[in-house]
Ligand binder design. Structure first.
Ligand code: NDP
Length: 446
């Protein structure tokens, strides 16, 4: 089996050189899915995984715009349309200086499995730009978004490809992108998700990824006869996912003691309660300040520049910032400090070595493609509401989100059973794979 996996990965590597993040994501899937394919005649010999790692389409384009000093700026825009076997392409847009083809292909590949796990009819896609919204004025962000959409609009549509937000793309950016799409097409359609509630958005969409991670982590703990209540939680990041993961942890009786940004981390050992979290949301989302500004109002807390949250002792760790933010040294520290569970809010935040260390030390580990699927699930619910021209209540959407996260957890149990333990990586990968593979086989070689 090892030889089959190595041959497959060597082929993928030879065709995708200089794409380390993409290869990392493919390796994790290949190691768990290829053995399953070999054991199942309907998939064996169909080159099904080789077809899945090849994007159906990659669009790369110039985004020229004028900054506030009237200087011409040029960024690079992308959309990866990875797989449409079970529905139109669906996945976020990321605006961050680190964006390149490798990062977006890894995200689009993960999205295939994640979207399949939600049980909703959505294919996999991802896109974005190396544009950095940080430090830009609102009008600069608007001009950039308008220029970006002036090319992207011809590749997307409510039945073709429906982008959403990701790092650097929040409600402000979705608004500008939607406005430009509507102007170019002269159509009001549900072409983006994460829209404002008064113009087609779904209640609970902003909260969905963060809440979903916590629901999944609670499912995982409940399955092992434990719960989040009373636990100490460290969270990295302080953006959309981190903020709402912290909110749901508070609702469920846990104490959140950290958040972070790319400058360092905040440690409040008394806990970031509801009132303090509301202050952080205002600082980050309205004033667009750095996290360290928290100390101006709460001077008893500490900020550690250039450091990571994983050194703070905890029961549960929720990485909610970015890929490969939790490495083997961090994993060793977490294990040494008796951390019991990891729930990935970000995509691929733990390195393969860190994951192996968690597994071999009995730490429950929830991979992002299962645990952070709540965001795209509620995006799917937003699409359904747009088609119905109807809005569900907050409670209705939250109940559906809880059910979906619980169903994803059950799928992981079903496919992830391994010598009496649950391998959530294997469970998520195989459960996501089966539905897409079956659809691809039914649709022929296309
Ligand atoms: P935001 O842009 O709202 O927040 C990102 C946060 O992560 C910020 O605090 C940011 O700090 C920090 N961060 C980003 N890059 C780095 C870095 N290289 N090193 C340290 N910190 C960093 O993004 P989201 O909260 O939406 O996304 C966070 C993660 O969750 C991503 O991996 C995303 O792919 C994933 N995700 C998001 C979903 C969603 O619905 N939004 C859905 C599923 C997954 P700073 O401000 O300093 O850059």
């Amino acid at each position: 089996m090892e030889k089959i996996i190595q041959q497959f990965l060597a082929l993928v590597e030879s065709r995708n050189q200089n794409e380390p993040e993409f290869l990392q994501a493919v390796t994790e899937v290949a190691e768990t899915v290829l053995p399953y394919i070999v054991q199942h005649d309907i998939y064996y010999g169909q080159n099904i995984l080789l077809r899945m790692v090849e994007p159906e389409r990659v669009v790369s384009f110039r985004v020229a715009w004028i900054d506030d000093q009237e200087k011409i700026q040029v960024n690079r825009g992308y959309r990866i349309e990875m797989n449409s076997a079970i529905g139109p392409y669906k996945g976020g847009l990321r605006f961050h200086p680190s964006v390149n083809l490798s990062v977006l292909k890894f995200l689009a590949f993960e999205q295939i499995f994640k979207n399949s796990l939600t049980t909703l009819p959505m294919g996999g896609g991802k896109g974005g730009s190396d544009f950095d919204p940080k430090g830009k004025s609102d009008t600069e962000v608007m001009r950039f978004c308008q220029s970006f959409m002036t090319e992207l609009f011809r590749h997307i549509g409510p039945n073709r490809d429906i982008p959403a937000g990701d790092i650097g793309v929040g409600s402000r950016e979705i608004g500008y992108l939607f406005g430009q799409y509507k102007r170019l097409k002269n159509e009001f359609t549900g072409v983006l998700t994460g829209k404002g509630v008064s113009w087609g958005g779904s209640l609970i969409r902003p909260e969905a990824t963060g809440y979903g991670v916590v629901y999944f982590t609670e499912n995982m703990l409940n399955h092992h006869k434990d719960s989040i209540d009373g636990k100490t939680v460290v969270i990295s990041g302080s953006g959309n996912v981190a903020q709402f993961a912290a909110e749901k942890c508070n609702h469920l009786g846990a104490k959140v003691v950290t958040l972070s940004d790319s400058s360092g981390y905040l440690h409040d050992k008394d806990g970031i309660n509801e009132e303090k979290l509301a202050h952080i949301m205002h600082l980050k989302n309205v004033e667009r300040k750095r996290l360290s500004a928290y100390l101006e109002k709460y001077p008893k807390a500490s900020f550690f520049p250039g450091k990571r949250v994983w050194e703070v002792p905890c029961d549960i760790a929720l990485p909610c910032a970015t890929q490969n933010e939790l490495e083997i040294g961090d994993a060793r520290t977490l294990v040494a400090n008796n951390c019991k569970a990891i729930g990935e809010g970000a995509n691929m935040p733990c390195t393969p070595e860190a994951i192996t260390h968690f597994k071999s030390n009995g730490v429950f580990y929830a991979p992002g493609k299962a645990s952070n699927a709540g965001g795209v699930a509620v995006s799917g619910l937003e699409m359904a509401q747009n088609s119905l021209r109807y809005n569900w209540t907050r409670e209705q959407v939250d109940d559906k989100l809880k059910d979906i996260m619980s169903d994803i957890h059950s799928s992981c149990l079903h496919f992830g059973e391994e010598k009496g333990n649950i391998n959530y990586v294997k469970g998520a990968n195989i459960a996501g794979f089966v539905k897409v593979a079956d659809a691809m086989l039914a649709q022929g070689v296309v």
